[in-house]
Ligand binder design. Structure first.
Ligand SMILES: *Cc1c(COP(=O)(O)O)cnc(C)c1O
Length: 455
């Protein structure tokens, strides 16, 4: 029996590696790192072909909220499947999209009134950039064609979204074919030089860089795009909500849009339903994806105000309409998964429940601060990160070529946990249904992984 399983596994790996080019992967790494075909999933657990199981401690790239093969989401998608799988969203509509749009608007600040459907995170960002630029054109601000983003930001991989990102690893190679963007130093609190300074003071102080640029260049600027509270792909770096509040005031003063990229942090990750809520602001444009379908299907949306919507509303021949489209915009199955996800938030009082889960995680992770080579343990809501450094005190980083993160990754796999460190940062971003004993297991494995990777 065991032998048969091994044979099946070997065959799948061989067929995979001879046909699939995997995302975000140096394929040569698979000469030493195992490729793991997953047979099934249930709750936080994923099962391979040899009866090994793994806790999905990173929610399958931050998309899964209520576990794999969630019986309620499954049932809602199956119900939808028997009625309508998909119809084009131009000229036609369907109940799942209508319900979802209404519900997302209801969850947003009162000035947010419209929902535009796209089909993945990067495409939502590209569409938001076009929407902002096109708005200013329609209302007669012809000079506005640039965007501002923070250093260490990540907004996606398409040429538009990569243009406004700032992580060298993903961007540098392609710089020559990207649109130039104004990059302003991030308020990232890991960069505080002095431990006596509060996060709020550090964040506020860093705002002066933004102020200076916007004062000088606002006439050319369409929008400032920001990941509220946590730069997730940017090594889970965090900052204080006061930055968003200051940004809102600045954008109002100078006629610049504020685009909130909630693709990673939305749907409860930061402790509130959306990150921007913690600054009590209304962005002009909000991009959502990832957790929106509970991790089931690809969908994204852009939420915006009537002010923006109405600047496009005109006689067709004036060509002011937003003619942006994706074939699978507002796919009915994806919308039904999203509606099921929102049902679960409401029925199970998730935001409230996550508070005690986050507190428990905090208690468990805090002890890692004492370890050698751990320069920071930080947490915002349900996102927790441990940063490893060559020198704990000065935060001098390990040379990236040492690939400490891969060591932690391998240690995790050998101990039934999927960790996928970002450089020297091990993070924990679990599905919300994770229980205490599962958290305890992850904590033990993270401790082992830290020690193994810093040996
Ligand atoms: C993942 C991510 C994106 C891109 O979404 P994709 O669906 O992967 O294209 C954009 N912004 C942020 C903040 C993200 O984390």
């Amino acid at each position: 029996m065991k032998k048969n399983k091994k044979k099946k596994l070997d065959e799948l790996v061989r067929r995979d590696l001879s046909s699939i080019w995997h995302p975000c992967t140096q394929m040569k790494d698979h000469e030493s790192i195992p490729m793991i075909p997953i047979r099934s999933g249930k709750g936080v657990w994923l099962y391979d072909y040899e009866d090994n199981k793994y806790i999905d401690a990173i929610s399958s790239w931050w998309v899964n909220l209520f576990g794999h093969s969630n019986s309620y989401i499954n049932s809602q998608i199956k119900r939808q499947l028997d009625n309508l799988e998909h119809v084009l969203l131009a000229g036609f509509s369907h109940e799942p999209a209508i319900n979802l749009a209404e519900r997302l608007i209801k969850l947003s600040p009162k000035d947010i009134k419209k929902c535009f459907f796209t089909d993945n995170g990067s495409s939502a960002i590209d569409a938001a950039m076009k929407m902002s630029f096109h708005f200013w054109k329609n209302v007669g601000y012809k000079k506005k064609r640039k965007f501002i983003a923070l250093s260490n930001s990540y907004h996606g991989e398409t040429l538009g979204s990569l243009s406004i990102s700032n992580i060298d690893l993903y961007k540098k190679t392609y710089t020559k074919i990207l649109k130039d963007t104004i990059i302003v130093p991030s308020p990232d609190c890991y960069n505080k030089l002095n431990d006596g300074v509060s996060d709020k003071d550090h964040t506020s102080k860093m705002f002066k860089h933004m102020e200076e640029i916007v004062e000088k260049k606002h006439e050319e600027i369409c929008a400032i795009i920001i990941e509220p509270l946590v730069q997730c792909a940017g090594y889970m770096r965090m900052y204080h909500p006061v930055y968003l509040k200051l940004l809102r005031e600045l954008c109002d003063k100078y006629n610049v849009h504020l685009i909130a990229d909630e693709i990673a942090v939305g749907f409860g990750r930061t402790g509130t339903m959306f990150g921007y809520e913690q600054a009590k602001i209304t962005p002009d444009i909000i991009c959502l994806s990832k957790g929106i379908t509970g991790g089931y299907l690809t969908l994204s949306t852009i939420l915006t105000t009537n002010l923006i919507y109405e600047a496009f509303y005109d006689e067709y021949i004036k060509l002011n309409a937003f003619l942006h489209s994706h074939s699978y915009s507002g796919n009915a199955l994806a919308c039904s998964a999203a509606n099921a996800t929102l049902d679960l938030f409401a029925k199970k009082n998730i935001i409230q429940k996550n508070k005690s889960t986050a507190k428990y995680i905090n208690e468990k992770f805090s002890k890692f601060k004492e370890l050698d080579y751990v320069s920071d343990v930080r947490q915002t809501g349900m996102i927790t990160a441990v940063e490893l450094a060559k020198d704990k005190k000065s935060k001098k980083p390990y040379n990236w070529k040492e690939r400490r993160g891969i060591k932690a990754y391998k240690f995790g796999l050998e101990n039934n946990v999927i960790l996928r460190p970002l450089g020297n940062v091990i993070y924990f971003m679990p599905p919300y249904i994770i229980n205490k004993s599962e958290i305890n297991h992850v904590v033990d494995v993270v401790e082992g992984a830290i020690k193994f990777a810093t040996k």
